[in-house]
Design a protein around this ligand. Structure first.
Ligand code: NAP
Length: 288
């Protein structure tokens, strides 16, 4: 069984499935996307992380939310056990020089629209967990968060989260959303330790910290040697170093969640085993 933890009111898996690689550019197609989500659900994953903006620019018809809905509707398992999180506040576009981009849009009236579109795409009356994806510097953060609150008040979503936030932004969100704010989703991995302050603050507040790109992501070059200590521990147990990375993140506290991404079943199935790995104090002493 994949390790379970409480994410706010949800009894879900500490290792979720980051859906993004299945629908943004360089994905391996619809059939592989469905197969990959079904493989992780069959293996016991009960947390899917997607977003309004998880599609290839120009291919708005094939979004992560729609794929998630289809995967759940065509799956034989217990749908009601699965927590689905999505995010609003980003869009997709190509830059003038042909690179995929993530323009921000935190205008309250647009967020209200996006939230309703997300519920429709997911095929739910009310979204389990809705994140504000990233601050739009052209809109004061409290105004965007007020829109998230309105979506909660209208029942479009049940619980809220914030993503890519500083402690200051988290405090603004807490002031508006109160106990309805159950999760922070920030980048955290051996190559991105700079959000440690928010990770510690979430522990103090008792709210979930969800690591995005917990394995360092696949789109940007990074210093691969940062994973060497994880490779050393992995060799001891005969597992992938990715499992050690995820287990190390989960060992940072009971409030920790990880949402590894995958382009194919093999990698997510391997990642889901990380909860079985009990790192010793000696192992952890070798890691950051
Ligand atoms: N809130 C935000 O702003 C934000 C931003 C980015 C991402 N996210 C979320 O975070 C999720 C994960 O991020 P990510 O997909 O960028 O990066 P990631 O999880 O750090 O890394 C994914 C890469 O790691 C590989 N991988 C995964 N498990 C593996 C294993 N056990 N063994 C070997 N390789 C493994 C995958 O390989 P294959 O390609 O071979 O399958 C893929 O290339 C996203 O899906 C999304 O839900 C959120």
């Amino acid at each position: 069984m994949v390790m379970h933890r409480n994410l706010g009111p949800f009894d879900t898996t500490a290792i979720g499935h980051g859906e993004m690689p299945l629908t943004i550019e360089n994905n391996r197609g619809h059939a592989v996307g469905l197969e990959t989500l079904h493989a992780s659900l069959d293996a016991g994953c009960r947390h899917i992380d997607t977003a309004w903006a998880y599609y290839t620019p120009g291919e708005e018809e094939q979004t992560g939310e729609k794929l998630t809905r289809e995967a759940l509707e065509t799956w034989n398992g217990p749908r009601d056990e699965v927590t689905v999180a999505t995010k609003i506040g980003l869009r997709r576009a190509w830059t003038a020089d042909g690179k995929p981009d993530w323009p921000r849009d935190g205008k309250p009236e647009h967020l209200i629209e996006y939230g309703k579109q997300s519920a429709l795409a997911l095929g739910v009356d009310s979204i389990d967990l809705l994140y504000m994806h990233r601050h739009d510097p052209e809109v004061p953060y409290d105004q965007s968060i007020e829109a998230i609150k309105q979506l909660l008040d209208e029942g479009v979503a049940q619980w809220a989260g914030v993503s890519n936030v500083s402690i200051e932004q988290l405090d603004i969100a807490r002031g508006i959303l109160g106990d309805k704010l159950i999760a922070v989703q920030n980048q955290y991995s051996p190559v991105h330790l700079e959000t440690q302050d928010t990770l510690d603050y979430c522990a103090k507040l008792g709210i979930a910290f969800v690591c995005w790109s917990p394995l360092g992501g696949y789109r940007h070059p990074y210093d691969d040697s940062k994973f060497d200590p994880f490779r050393a521990v992995a060799a001891k147990y005969g597992v992938s170093y990715q499992q050690v990375v995820l287990a190390w993140e989960l060992a940072k506290g009971d409030h920790m969640f990880v949402i590894p991404g995958a382009h194919r079943p093999e990698t997510i199935l391997d990642s889901l085993k990380a909860g079985d790995l009990n790192l010793t104090a000696e192992d952890l002493a070798q890691l950051p």
